[in-house]
Design a protein around this ligand. Structure first.
Ligand code: MRU
Length: 383
């Protein structure tokens, strides 16, 4: 998508790779919306840390990062011994895969890259194939999001008011986004609509990332406190919910997504509002047989007990203002919110059962969650 940095509008992908320096290039999402910085990760361990520490986040984006991280690790290997190369690759794969457990997209991406590498007979051939496969995965991910936009477009009419949760936009993907794809398609079609972004505590991806994206693309929106959606639904101020996902079970239609998604699905059901989940094919898990088997990431309690923001630096001139007395919102800071002696639980994701979901918007069409298994051939699933 296009971003304006220091007055220059430029096209930018969330995740990219520089072959000359063997670096993975990532938008540093922890600094948004206050600063736009591209981070270069110079080895696969750092790339895994960038995933774990949420420099990059969102299932399709961490999948592309893992794919590039595997290529990066493969290309860093020196020597011609295939057995040693294979053992090295296994270390790279497990390091990247372990970075975040809930999303299945990295697992699928790593599998695809390794599969493509098997065609190579030498270390050098496999290194070249790894990068080609990682690039192909990233490009396919963008194409999937564009196709989601085409299939989801009819859902967004003039006047539609959409609720979304967390960030399932282009920052969570390589480009375009999943939940945002129908919105951007509707914008391109000249439709007027409004988006409510759930704040999405504890990391506030809705308030910081989705709102930043929508503002940059000129989409009308409001940020909502996480508990406000029910009230707006009750008053008839929301028409539709679209979210992304970290793992959709192809066998059952269970959907894992950011904590709070299930609550919104229950509310939408209570108010008879359509609830859609938008996914690229990499988000489909054809193996697990029940939603309770999905590994749910439990993150640090610090995320719940406090919050991050940007602290105004007194006396510095704002780049957006001519007033010398204006403060620059710049220095990232963590503030403690909760009672000092209290501890917290912090499950990062929850699972929404299929009966609460109106449809899964995929690159090949919109399906009922329980239709996925029957449609598995079209969705790239098992025979
Ligand atoms: O913890 P995060 O920020 O990685 O969680 C992201 C989400 O839950 C997204 O909704 C999901 O990955 C889908 S992104 C298209």
């Amino acid at each position: 998508m296009n971003v304006t940095v220091r007055g220059h509008r430029q096209a930018c992908r969330t995740v990219d790779f520089d072959a000359a320096t063997n670096t993975v290039r990532l938008i540093e999402q922890r600094l948004l919306p206050h600063r736009f910085v591209i981070l270069s990760s110079t080895d696969y361990q750092k790339t895994a840390c960038a995933i774990r520490d949420m420099v990059v986040r969102g299932a399709p984006a961490i999948a592309a990062t893992a794919a590039y991280g595997l290529a990066q690790g493969a290309r860093a290997f020196r020597g011609r011994d295939l057995a040693r190369f294979t053992a090295h690759l296994e270390r790279v794969r497990t390091t990247l895969e372990a970075a975040r457990p809930t999303a299945v997209d990295p697992v699928n991406a790593l599998r695809q890259v390794l599969q493509a590498m098997r065609e190579g007979r030498t270390v050098a051939q496999q290194q070249d194939l790894a990068l080609a496969a990682a690039r192909a995965f990233a490009d396919a991910s963008v194409a999937h999001c564009e196709a989601i936009g085409r299939h989801g477009l009819p859902l967004i009419q003039d006047g539609t008011r959409v609720l979304t949760h967390c960030n399932a936009g282009w920052l969570a993907c390589v480009d375009v986004g999943t939940a945002t794809a129908p919105l951007y398609a509707a914008q391109a079609a000249g439709r007027q609509f409004h988006v409510f972004c759930d704040e999405t505590r504890p990391r506030c991806q809705g308030a910081s990332l989705t709102a930043w994206e929508l503002a940059h693309q000129g989409v009308s929106h409001h940020v909502l406190a996480d508990n406000a959606a029910g009230h707006l639904m009750q008053r008839g101020e929301i028409d539709l919910v679209i979210v992304g996902s970290d793992r959709v079970l192809g066998r059952t239609g269970h959907v894992a997504n950011k904590i709070g998604t299930y609550t919104k699905a229950v509310l939408a059901h209570r108010h008879r509002l359509p609830f859609y989940v938008a996914i690229p094919l990499s988000t489909l898990d054809w193996e697990l047989r029940d939603g309770s088997e999905i590994p749910i990431e439990e993150r640090s309690e610090d995320e719940v007990l406090g919050a991050w923001g940007a602290v105004a630096t007194p006396g510095l001139r704002s780049s957006a203002s001519t007033s010398a007395s204006t403060s620059r919102p710049g220095r990232p800071a963590y503030v403690r919110i909760a009672n000092p002696s209290s501890h917290a639980r912090n499950p990062g994701f929850d699972v929404t059962p299929p009966e609460l979901i109106t449809g899964i918007i995929t690159p090949v069409g919109i399906f009922k969650p329980r239709e996925l298994w029957r449609q598995r051939q079209r969705l790239g699933g098992p025979a």
